[in-house]
Design a protein around this ligand. Structure first.
Ligand SMILES: Cc1ncc(COP(=O)(O)O)c(C=O)c1O
Length: 429
């Protein structure tokens, strides 16, 4: 039987999510079928979007760039393996993320390790595993890194994370490059840290790192940050000695239903000529750009409630499954899985968690829904499952990866017993 013709799913950010006869499909699979098989809430990812986005970055930045996927955006082992197969290295921020690579049998030699408070065991584990370099964010790390280098009997490569004071916009919780954030080292203090690195046996300065924040909407802040870094480097010979890499971080914005993703070719055009002039290799740390539009969250309607002037549509996904609306006032498009009902009205889409902040979307135009009807929260592949929690003793959702006509369960829904499996036995209290 031939499938009905395909139409775009507005707001999804990719043709991989599309409609056939009004029904939402992910690649060659109707998502209603996945919800029937695996239940809801359910994350559904598209392998085609991962490929499309990875290749867009590769074509913009060229074969010489090193693309390190920011594992924090979505650490699912299968997605990590898929991105490795495409050629990605990894941007890590914890020992747990390093262990994920190891659990997936993936090489660590292409990984970079950032984080403002790395613990000694995490540094030791990364030195033992062998990574590309550490992104140093604070002078207190230097003796810890030097100790790990001495214990391992080899030197450790470090890139200094600079905070060039470039305002890249976005919600204040996801800005990382201003003077009032804990990240990186301001340019005024960084010269002393470079000298300290140069004077510490076992440490090799191999580059500089800047991460401006997330959802950066234009290429300009990347160019401006590099200009400031280059000016800093030119301030003293020691600052350029041995430098081979410039890590421009991640932060490439996606549209969330309000436009296209950031033009990464413009970012590349803004930084590559200056890097080529110095013979430095570009390192990128995209998270959201690679996986954000690759995922949706399916949720089923539980009921509806009218309260004063607000209609609340109660659904079975909540802030524990997708925290971004509550944490950052993020707005994800929310659409019916099966289109067709008429009579749209504005509703607040809320979950069962006992918090007023537990909402997936406010004042959204949706048609009348019945119990069991499915909604899709779009562009939910980044910082969705990775921020899921057990709040209200709810089980974290299942995750499915679609590739063409094939769907694979890549994370089972948590079992209820897992909610308390690690708590002490009541007899022992
Ligand atoms: C150091 C660093 N690199 C990369 C990223 C990935 O950001 P994004 O998902 O916006 O690309 C983050 C996000 O917090 C980060 O802190």
């Amino acid at each position: 039987m031939t499938a009905p013709p395909s139409a775009p799913c507005v707001g999804s950010g990719s043709p991989a999510f599309h409609r056939r006869a009004g029904e939402l499909w992910c690649e060659g699979v109707p998502v209603r079928e996945l919800a029937r098989r695996h239940g809801t809430p359910l994350y559904v990812y598209s392998a085609a979007v991962l490929r499309e986005r990875y290749l867009a970055l590769r074509s913009a930045f060229g074969a010489g760039a090193h693309i390190c996927y920011a594992v924090k955006a979505n650490p699912n082992l299968t997605l990590l393996a898929r991105l490795h197969a495409l050629g990605a290295g990894f941007d890590l921020v914890s020992g747990g993320e390093l262990m994920r690579l190891q659990a997936a049998g993936l090489p660590t030699r292409g990984a970079v390790f950032a984080g403002v408070g790395k613990e000694p065991w995490e540094i030791a584990a990364a030195v033992a595993a062998g990574i590309l370099f550490f992104n140093v964010e604070s002078p207190h790390e230097l003796p810890l890194l030097a100790e790990a280098a001495a214990a391992a009997g080899r030197s450790v490569r470090v890139a200094l994370r600079l905070n060039p004071g470039v305002d890249a916009g976005g919600h204040r919780y996801i800005r990382t490059a201003g003077g009032d954030t804990k990240f990186g080292i301001g340019l005024a203090a960084a010269g002393g840290v470079v000298e300290a690195i140069a004077g510490t046996p076992g440490l090799e300065l191999c580059g500089y790192h800047v991460h401006l924040g997330s959802q950066v909407q234009s290429a300009e802040p990347y160019r401006l940050a590099l200009d400031r870094v280059l000016e800093f480097v030119d301030g003293a010979a020691v600052r350029g000695d041995g430098v081979t890499h410039y890590d421009l971080g991640g932060g490439f914005a996606i549209g969330y239903g309000r436009g296209p993703a950031l033009d990464v070719a413009a970012v590349a055009a803004g930084v590559l000529p200056a890097l080529a002039a110095r013979g430095w290799r570009a390192v990128l740390e995209p998270g959201r750009y690679l996986v954000g539009d690759a995922g949706i969250l399916l949720t089923a309607v539980l009921g509806e409630k009218q309260q004063d002037h607000t209609t609340f549509l109660l659904v079975d996904a909540a802030m524990n499954d997708l925290l971004r609306p509550a944490l950052y006032q993020a707005e994800h498009p929310i659409v019916p899985v099966v289109e067709g009902a008429t009579g749209e009205r504005l509703v607040d889409v809320v979950g069962p968690v006992c918090e007023t902040g537990d909402f997936l979307g406010r004042q959204r135009p949706l048609p009348p829904c019945r119990r069991g009807d499915l909604l899709a929260v779009l562009a939910a592949g980044a910082y969705g499952a990775s921020m899921a929690s057990n709040y209200n003793s709810r089980r974290r959702p299942a995750e499915v990866l679609v590739d063409g006509d094939t769907a694979q369960l890549v994370r089972r829904r948590e079992a209820s017993r897992q909610l308390f499996a690690d708590e002490v036995d009541l007899d022992e209290v």
